[in-house]
Design a protein around this ligand. Sequence first.
Ligand SMILES: CC(C)(COP(=O)(O)OP(=O)(O)OC[C@H]1O[C@@H](n2cnc3c(N)ncnc32)[C@H](O)[C@@H]1OP(=O)(O)O)[C@@H](O)C(=O)NCCC(=O)NCCS
Length: 261
Amino acid sequence: MAVSQCERDSNSCPNRVEPRREAVSGEAVFLFIRGVTDLATEGIRMKWLKREINAIFERDPAAKTLLEVLLCYPGLHALIFHRVAHALHRRGLVLLPRLISQFSRFLTGIEIHPGAKIGAGLFIDHGMGVVIGETAEVGDNVTIYQGATLGGTGKEKGKRHPTVGDNVVIGTGAKILGPIVIGESARIGAGSVVLNNVPSHTTVVGVPGRIVIYDGERVPSVDLNHVSLPDPVAEMLYCLQKQIDDLRFQQERCLKEGKAR
Ligand SMILES: CC(C)(COP(=O)(O)OP(=O)(O)OC[C@H]1O[C@@H](n2cnc3c(N)ncnc32)[C@H](O)[C@@H]1OP(=O)(O)O)[C@@H](O)C(=O)NCCC(=O)NCCS
């Protein structure tokens, strides 16, 4: 095919459009530098890093020295990588943050999507197998043990991962799925599968997750819907039914005794 004058001498062509790839990569480099600069500024202040390190000392009796914490805690490493990836993600980059997230996963076994919003003082203990999805939100002072998942159910778009309140503990291997809310100071038992909202100050265990402790009180397990809060009306109906059964039993016994006489 013949090459036009315009294509041969591209600089002289009035309709010449700069290739988008160049513009995009230039923007990417700019955003990357800005992201790293922001992070360095924040890092120099050392506030968030100090808080993450303190969280490890507060919640892991095995942590002895600062050097040990800096070198041997994959949860801390994953959070540092996530900090960079999330800063770039917020500036609209897609591939670079994902690559950082995947590299972090390769090193630590913890996969945090760059879009996930993570609060201060998160402690990911041991870490291997932890997955935190794109639209997940994690509050302050949360503890997550190995193998826990904050995942989507794979059906919906938009917000599809859990929102976890402050001071929540998520046990090893727990699966929290869907755009549900885990109230503050809730505790999710090891191995639980949680598909519904969890009120604050409750303990949830099992598959599917059911509330076993509410505000420090054990929740009785009779005639209750285990996935939601105790239902006083259901309990009352249960008591009434029991009384009716007792009365019917007594009435029948009286009738039998009367006939016998
Ligand atoms: C859920 C958890 C926080 C509950 O602790 P707790 O408040 O002390 O509650 P209890 O141990 O009194 O348990 C309450 C009830 O839930 C049951 N239960 C506790 N954890 C459970 C679990 N993971 N799966 C199923 N049932 C569980 C208990 O057997 C008990 O049942 P009962 O009332 O019929 O006896 C705790 O058991 C847990 O799973 N923590 C996670 C720890 C973890 O992942 N560690 C990893 C370290 S590497």
